[in-house]
Design a protein around this ligand. Structure first.
Ligand SMILES: NC(=O)c1ccc[n+]([C@@H]2O[C@H](COP(=O)([O-])OP(=O)(O)OC[C@H]3O[C@@H](n4cnc5c(N)ncnc54)[C@H](OP(=O)(O)O)[C@@H]3O)[C@@H](O)[C@H]2O)c1
Length: 452
């Protein structure tokens, strides 16, 4: 059994370690939540053959006070001068600033200078991943981004190594811990969405402006990276439809439970010939399924392959320490490759990145999934409501599977549910448009796919 508090095994790098004089030189740019944890892991791995030489952050003196002196070697250079880091002899640059700029410029400059890059920056990789991979390849260096999806869950490295022998056709995941926290709190405490959001913010699981999380922007950036790494499909995150979780109400969990289900924000991508069916949004999932069992802020990714079938990856999708483990693991992997290439000259290194650029396709993107559907209406009660809804559905050739109405609600704001047999999204939406114009409807219909 591993000893508690044992030093992290940051051992696999280039050669003999600092004493031997040929440790791989590593610079950290961005010393926030993840950066601080990376500095700590690297700093606590005495005798390692990775050597942290620079920590770069704006307002660096203030930042320095947030890092325990014992956590980093005394000879680390603290600086706010990014250019000085890029001009130095570091071999690996860890970018942990986040956002598109200046992070993107820093990453490009590092690669141009022949330095390998490790980043956890999902926005950057989702938008510019294949361009940066090509730049790295052309300079004989690497860019790794294993922490950019699912934080500490090693799903990207698994796609690169353990699953690269399969032909994957589907990836689905719970990729946003904030949404999962909120939805599982509504599920367990039957509290309103607004209360669950406030609670998540108070506990540090949601930002003050949580729109990127709630409305699916964060998850679709991660899904775009998974599609690139696992399905070799290049897709702009904005081209993936994202539906918000804001409209999910506590009553939806009551109705979902009647169907043996719960509700989770699911990101899914299925490659069929040259179309990538992809979307992010709340879905009904069976309560006893892997997705239904994921609670709080955990992440889960399921992959489906032609030969290997289904695989599952579960764990901490965020947090300084778990994410830093993924970052340091990438640094170790790059250092191993540098070590293997040492002596053979530039351009001859083994460039084993998270993604190979050789077979990347640019498929058509569609959100036109065929599934059963859950439609929840809030209406002002009056005679003939179901008849009118049924008439519209019949006109659009939609088959009703069940009708659920719980007693005890105010007739001025009455929730009830209709479930539909499988049909395509494109077939359902014109009917929803028509239904939204009916005068008894007091809220837009909540329309969720049911994933079986
Ligand atoms: N936190 C997580 O759980 C998690 C999980 C997975 C992936 N990630 C990704 O990891 C990256 C870092 O996230 P984080 O949570 O550590 O962010 P963070 O706490 O905001 O840290 C960012 C750091 O970069 C510094 N910085 C910002 N702009 C800079 C600039 N122009 N020049 C120099 N330093 C600059 C910030 O300094 P100030 O303090 O002065 O602003 C801060 O120290 C992001 O790409 C994020 O998406 C994070």
């Amino acid at each position: 059994m591993p000893k508690r508090n044992a030093k992290p095994a940051v051992k696999a790098a280039t050669s003999k370690g600092p004493e031997g004089g040929s440790a791989c030189r590593v610079a950290l740019i961005g010393c926030g939540t993840v950066g601080r944890a990376v500095a700590k892991i690297l700093g606590q791995s005495g005798g390692s053959s990775l050597r942290l030489t620079h920590i770069c952050n704006r307002n660096v003196e203030k930042k320095r006070k947030t890092v325990l002196a014992n956590d980093v070697p005394r000879d680390v250079i603290w600086t706010d001068d990014v250019q000085a880091v890029l001009n130095s002899d570091v071999e690996i640059v860890i970018e942990l600033i986040g956002g598109l700029n200046p992070a993107g410029q820093i990453v490009r400059s590092a690669l141009e200078a022949g330095k390998s890059v490790v980043t956890a920056n999902k926005q950057l990789i989702a938008r510019h991943g294949s361009e940066l991979l090509q730049l790295a390849g052309s300079k004989g260096c690497q860019i790794e981004f294993g922490a950019s999806v699912a934080g500490g869950v090693p799903v990207l490295p698994a796609l690169r190594t353990g699953l690269c022998g399969d032909r994957l056709h589907g990836i689905a995941g719970i990729l946003n811990g904030t949404c999962n926290y909120i939805l599982s709190r509504i599920e367990n405490a039957r509290i309103p969405f607004s209360e669950a959001l406030e609670e998540a913010q108070a506990r540090g699981y949601a930002e003050a402006d949580a729109s990127e999380d709630l409305d699916g922007g964060d998850a679709r950036a991660k899904l775009a990276i998974l599609a690139l790494a696992g399905l070799h499909a290049q897709v702009a995150p904005e081209s993936i439809r994202a539906r918000t979780i804001r409209a999910v109400d506590a009553v939806d969990f009551d109705y979902a439970a009647e169907l043996g289900c719960t509700i989770r924000q699911i990101s899914r991508a299925d490659l069929k010939e040259n179309t990538l069916f992809a979307e992010v949004g709340p879905c009904l999932v069976p309560k006893d399924s892997p997705f239904g069992r994921v609670q709080r802020n955990l992440n889960l990714v399921l992959t489906s392959g032609q030969y290997g079938g289904d695989m599952a990856f579960l764990g901490a999708g965020a947090g300084g320490d778990p994410t830093a483990v993924a970052v340091v693991s990438d640094v170790m992997s790059v250092a191993q490759n540098l070590s293997a290439g040492r002596g053979s000259g530039p351009g001859k290194r083994d460039v084993a990145s998270n993604v190979s650029t050789t077979s990347i396709s640019t498929p058509k993107i569609s959100s036109d999934f065929e599934t059963p559907w859950y439609l929840r209406f809030f209406v002002r009660d009056q005679p003939g409501i179901v008849a009118q809804l049924a008439q519209i559905m019949a006109a659009h050739h939609l088959n009703i599977d069940s009708l659920l109405q719980k007693p005890g609600f105010d007739k001025a704001s009455l929730p009830f549910v209709i479930t539909l047999e499988p049909c395509r999204d494109a077939q359902l939406h014109p009917a929803l448009e028509e239904m939204s114009r009916l005068d008894f409807s007091i809220r837009p219909c909540l329309c969720l796919p049911i994933l079986r």
